[in-house]
Design a protein around this ligand. Sequence first.
Ligand code: ADP
Ligand code: MG
Length: 319
Amino acid sequence: MTEFELIRTFFARQPVSRADVAAGIGDDAALLRPPAGQLLAVTSDLLVSGVHFLPDVEPRSLGHKALAVNLSDLAAMGAEPAWFLLNLTMPEADARWLERFCEGMFDLARAYNVQLVGGDTSRGPLAIGIEAHGFVPEAAALRRSDAKIGDRIYVTGTLGDAAVALQHRLGKQRLSEDDFAAVAERLDRPTPRVREGLSLRGLAHSAIDISDGLLADLGHILELSRVGARIFLDKIPLSPVCQAHVGKSGWEAPLAMGDDYELCFTVPPKNIGALEKLQFTCGFHCIGEIEAEPGLRIVDESGRLYDPLFTGHDHFAGK
Ligand code: ADP
Ligand code: MG
């Protein structure tokens, strides 16, 4: 298969066709029409075989996840996703693999009405880079730097499920078949919290998506907002499977292993009434509060300060 055939077969035919795309795949560059008066939110994420995913991962899951992690970044800005580009290197053009990869990616693209408008393709070790674009009115953007003292800290969904599923898949911890089935989707096919991010416009002061673990990602908000915080372990939302895991193995999975793709956001007390009227299918929970004193204080179930021996995922730490 030639490169051109590959692009035509797998990427040019896709389910989404948006009116704001003047030229998509096929020319030297895409021509796009952002809505007047809004900021363009741009993000990219790189997934490398053996680093971000196991080489034998199911290609449908990989296609889903490669796009999902980018939509999650847009969600964390309060942006509405619109377009994406796909940069792909792979050792050979494996049609069966590409078909399933595209199925996973385009099913998610359809669900969020995002159109693939370009990219690049080359032979090389398997790696996937997606760049996603969205829109947000300037005043509505949810920045990491705008948390204020007194804000309540919330997270969507539950934390730690993807990490627990990964521990099982790597053979580091055994789950029953039912328990693994209950968390595997969270690892393989995370749901980007796009609708939630949009409904937090005008309510939240700041937001981030949890990719490297709650402690590390909340830490970014604290640092950039020049504030501190106190969070309570018994308020961190856990699925039953993760709860059992924490009982046996401690708090590292929900606090530091990451891959959650939930939103962590801060809301001033005056907006809590409006927030509580929102219905998120994934739910959301208050886990603590922003304080003036720098640093993050974690309070355990008995009211004592808890000192984690781990912080979060960092590709270059300790090497
Ligand atoms: P150029 O040599 O000008 O970079 P290419 O031959 O690489 O052009 O690509 C031709 C067209 O196909 C361009 O519109 C490009 O954006 C698109 N394209 C290439 N690879 C991909 C991909 N993996 N996904 C989506 N579009 C792609
Ligand atoms: Mg090219």
